[in-house]
Design a protein around this ligand. Structure first.
Ligand SMILES: [Zn+2]
Length: 176
């Protein structure tokens, strides 16, 4: 298949709602693999379909483990999620600094529910449920926002958002 490319703001695909995937087939698995490659290429910890111009509800994650996940026996938490859906979130919230591959150089403190439960289909099309806190929880929430056309900068004041966008524009211009 054709190689996908990472999209940056202000690409309109970043503000569109991605569609449910009806069947997890080879085409979907190909896209997920491609997305993993792009995520690693740009040193990201998560990537959503919208960010590569694929308006399907697809998310890949390779998230470092933090204290909240220390019971996990792995170096990082790697997931390919199809149609991920948050089915529960804690009332307690945590603020973390977030960045986004589509908004290079941008960073901001974002408050989100600390813990979530998420349902998704894995790359074999099997239904999975995951309850998690820590960085992984924030990461999944950030990626599901992407599928709904929401960027973390949408939670900021216009002033702060404009500042970040200006910086990104300058950065991207320098990359060309
Ligand atoms: Zn992002």
């Amino acid at each position: 298949m054709t190689k996908l490319d990472l999209l940056y703001i202000p690409d309109s695909a970043l503000h569109e709602k991605a569609k449910e995937v009806s069947s997890v087939n080879d085409e979907i698995r190909d896209i997920l693999d491609n997305m993993m490659d792009i995520m690693y290429e740009h040193n990201g910890i998560g990537l959503a379909g919208n960010q590569v111009g694929v308006l399907k509800r697809l998310v890949v994650i390779d998230c470092p483990i933090d204290e909240a996940d220390e019971e996990e026996d792995a170096e990082s938490l790697k997931y390919k999620m199809v149609n991920p859906k948050i089915t529960w979130h804690s009332k307690e919230k945590t603020t973390r600094q977030e960045g986004c591959l589509s908004i290079p150089t941008g960073l901001a403190d974002i408050e989100r529910p600390t813990e979530i439960s998420v349902e998704y289909l894995d790359e074999k099309g099997k239904k999975q449920t995951l309850k998690t806190g820590g960085l992984l929880s924030a990461c999944i929430q950030h990626e599901i926002d992407h599928l709904n056309g929401i960027l973390y900068t949408d939670y900021l004041s216009k002033l702060k958002r404009d500042m970040i966008y200006k910086k990104v524009k300058k950065y991207l211009k320098g990359q060309k």
